[in-house]
Design a protein around this ligand. Structure first.
Ligand code: RP5
Length: 167
């Protein structure tokens, strides 16, 4: 049974959504992934959102672009947290997606990450689940520590070789 449902409006969103999946996989969180268009197949979308909680899903990560109604409509139907990822778009640079997702009416929140913020969506889902999962919290703390070590190594290299040689 998957803990997280990842859903995207089109396979053109996959490069971003796969970053969320990679984080969940790294942290040992089960997930299922779907391509479901709220506009092009509203009946399929409604079945997914209506049945997700009964399937055991605790958090939905929903990504969409342009008139990005998928995350907000998930939040209207699914009773647990929904994280929205606005896709970058060529015509409006992703502001269209961002505003569509973040400007939810009072009562129906979507936790919106940055434009193309797939990795942070995965991390936020993990942090929500870690509220009631000590082992996962430990893995998240180890993840944070590894980021710190990675930055420290970069600075050590900068100090060793100087900025002109740094690559
Ligand atoms: C949205 O429209 C999708 O989420 C995607 O970001 C955007 C474009 O979709 P395609 O025309 O590439 O299928 O529904």
């Amino acid at each position: 049974m998957a803990q997280v449902g990842i859903v995207m409006g089109s396979d053109s969103d996959m490069a971003v959504m796969s970053k969320a999946a990679d984080v969940l996989e790294e942290l040992g969180i089960s997930f299922e992934m779907h391509i479901i268009s709220a506009h092009r197949e509203p009946d399929v979308f409604f079945d997914f959102a209506k049945n997700a909680q009964a399937q055991g899903i605790k958090v939905i990560i929903a990504g969409a672009g342009m008139a990005a109604h998928l995350p907000g409509m998930c939040a209207a139907i699914f009773p647990l947290p929904v994280i929205g990822i606005p896709m970058h778009t060529t015509s409006l640079g992703g502001r269209d997606s961002l505003y569509s997702i973040v400007q939810m009416p009072s009562g129906i929140p979507v936790a919106t990450v940055a434009i193309n913020g797939g990795a942070n969506a995965g991390l936020l889902a993990a942090k929500i689940l870690a509220v009631s999962d000590e082992a996962l919290l430990g893995r998240l703390q180890a993840y944070s520590e590894s980021m710190k070590v990675s930055v420290q190594k970069k600075d050590e290299k900068l100090q060793a070789v100087g900025y002109k040689e740094y690559k």
